[in-house]
Design a protein around this ligand. Structure first.
Ligand SMILES: [Zn+2]
Length: 60
């Protein structure tokens, strides 16, 4: 179950999809430099977007 308490988990980073504005979390690994060219994938609307395009992030 996804709860907002996950914000404190250092393993995850929360992002907001620029398309549907849904909040979800991704593995912190995606913020490593070698993943800079890999788009994030929204599980709700299936939009692919760059990390910089997320309007909000937590735990970065
Ligand atoms: Zn979305």
């Amino acid at each position: 179950m996804i709860t907002i308490e996950k914000v404190g988990n250092p393993k995850d980073v929360w992002v907001t999809c620029p398309g549907c504005k849904q909040l979800y979390y991704i593995d912190r690994l995606f913020y490593e430099p070698q993943y800079d060219k890999i788009p994030l994938h929204c599980p709700f609307c299936h939009l692919e977007f760059a990390k910089e395009d997320s309007p909000m992030t937590w735990g970065e």
